[in-house]
Ligand binder design. Structure first.
Ligand code: ADP
Ligand code: LRH
Length: 443
């Protein structure tokens, strides 16, 4: 059987809708709609423009349906993690969702024993910390994470998809259920029942909506084109999510100290990884300079870079990244990069070294050996970053697919409707055999 599905993938910097055709072990995709995404500051608070996103989703689904007159077999939605909308008792949206880079969670600290319960790296913006700063909580009947909110608007049905729910900090890492201890004090009924990738999540205009790995990183890891399990991945976009896939969480004190997270993956896997600040640094620099990427990347190849810690929290909020990077170098006795190519090179050198540290730490802390690093996401187009990452890791890098997240979304839907079968390894074979990949050897 061949299935035609629509994958909605909302990244922090852009969204897209892909039409995917899957059958006979083959995967063909076509991008039918792409649109920018980003923060909107409103009266001092940073928001997402969720209604504009919903409108773009509707446009994308219409274009997908037009391209496939026989009718879509399924629709699936993923997005960035942790953010949510609150609904009132009638099911209406209470306020516009707040962006995880908003300052309201500054100064959050994890409670003693939290890591042992939820297995998550500390990030000030994890949903549980946002809820501590949420003025609308007392008025809320239900919380829906962004993909679940869009899915609700399409179908009228509510649920909490598991992979994304694990990023809230409120799921017990051992049981995979909402933790009674961590959700104590929240309004009763706030958190909907869990659903899992592959579950039916309603219908939109007669087309089934299927839960996928609705955390974008979970879908990206599904589509890592690995040929065996000895791989590390870097889902490289706004963030670099760097780690390995495991069968069980690692909750040791060393893992906690290294701030490694155990996020829920598709098929019960654990995404054991660290967030590295990622191409956000470059995106914000380009925004500050009001310039494009291509020429600067070429110039950066021959420029001298300085090394800074990309995970310093000063780089989290939107702002003038070039000035912040220069300031960081000044304060830490590092040579101050002066020109734009030098600043770009500093970002890429610093990311490559942070990738190396995370790949090394993931292996040391989990005991898993890797022989290749897969770079997926938009950053897989960045040849200089891929080469620097291979050099720093001392391992071959396989780059691509750039749209791994949307492909993972497509494949989980295709499996749910019976157009492809088997475990993740089989889905990865389909990706490997259908996508152009590029190999970088360490120099
Ligand atoms: P997200 O899903 O977080 O929005 P993406 O996976 O779409 O992010 O990656 C976006 C990033 O990919 C851009 O910020 C840019 O740095 C990088 N990128 C995309 N296309 C190219 C390209 N052709 N060359 C170099 N970098 C690219
Ligand atoms: C990447 C991502 C990442 C989260 C962050 C909030 O888009 O989902 O996995 O940590 O956004």
């Amino acid at each position: 059987m061949t299935a035609t599905v629509a994958a909605v993938d909302l990244g922090a910097s852009s969204g897209r809708v892909l039409l995917g055709r899957v059958g006979d072990g083959k995967l063909h995709t076509e991008e039918v709609h792409r649109f920018p995404n980003g923060p909107v500051r409103l009266l001092g608070t940073l928001h997402w423009d969720v209604l504009a996103l919903y409108r773009e989703v509707l446009t994308g689904l219409r274009l997908a349906a037009e391209l496939d007159p026989t009718g879509l077999d399924s629709i699936g939605i993923d997005s960035w993690a942790v953010d949510y909308g609150l609904l009132d008792a009638r099911g209406a949206l209470l306020g516009n969702p707040v962006h995880y880079r908003d300052s309201r969670t500054e100064g959050s600290t994890p409670a003693e024993g939290l890591y042992e319960l939820n297995g998550l790296q500390f990030q000030p913006f994890n949903t549980m910390f946002q809820l501590m700063a949420e003025p609308l909580l007392a008025h809320a009947a239900q919380l829906l994470l962004i993909p679940d909110l869009l899915s609700y608007w399409l179908t009228g049905e509510r649920g909490a998809e598991y992979t994304n729910a694990t990023t809230t900090g409120l799921i017990d890492v051992r049981s995979g259920q909402w933790s009674a201890e961590l959700t104590r004090g929240l309004p009763p009924g706030l958190l909907p029942d869990l659903r899992h990738p592959g579950d039916r999540a309603g219908t939109y205009e007669g087309v089934p909506v299927t839960a996928v790995g609705s955390h974008d990183t979970a879908s990206a890891v599904v589509a890592v084109p690995a040929s065996n399990d000895r791989f590390a991945y870097i889902s490289c976009g706004t963030w670099s999510l760097v780690g390995v896939e495991l069968e069980a969480p690692v909750l040791s004190p060393e893992s906690k100290a290294a701030n490694f997270t155990n996020e829920g993956g598709v098929d019960g896997t654990i995404r054991y990884l660290r967030n590295v600040m990622g191409l956000w640094l470059l995106q914000e620099s380009l925004r500050t300079w009001d310039t494009g990427l291509e020429a600067l990347l070429r110039e950066a190849e021959h420029a001298k870079g300085s090394v800074f810690d990309p995970n310093d929290p000063v780089f989290l909020p939107p702002g003038d990244m070039p000035a912040r990077i220069q300031q960081w170098c000044r304060e830490h006795g590092e040579r101050v990069p002066e020109t734009r190519p030098e600043i770009v090179r500093s970002i890429l050198d610093s990311l490559a070294l942070a990738h190396r540290d995370a790949v090394a730490d993931a292996q040391r802390l989990s005991g898993k050996d890797v022989e290749v690093v897969h770079v997926v996401g938009g950053g897989s187009h960045n040849e200089l970053l891929c080469q620097l990452t291979a050099d720093a890791c001392g391992l071959p890098v396989v780059a691509g697919p750039a749209e791994a997240t949307a492909l993972g979304n497509v494949l989980v839907q295709a499996r749910a409707v019976g157009a492809v079968h088997g475990p993740l390894a089989d889905l990865r074979t389909v990706v490997r055999e259908s996508q152009p990949l590029r190999r970088y050897l360490p120099r």
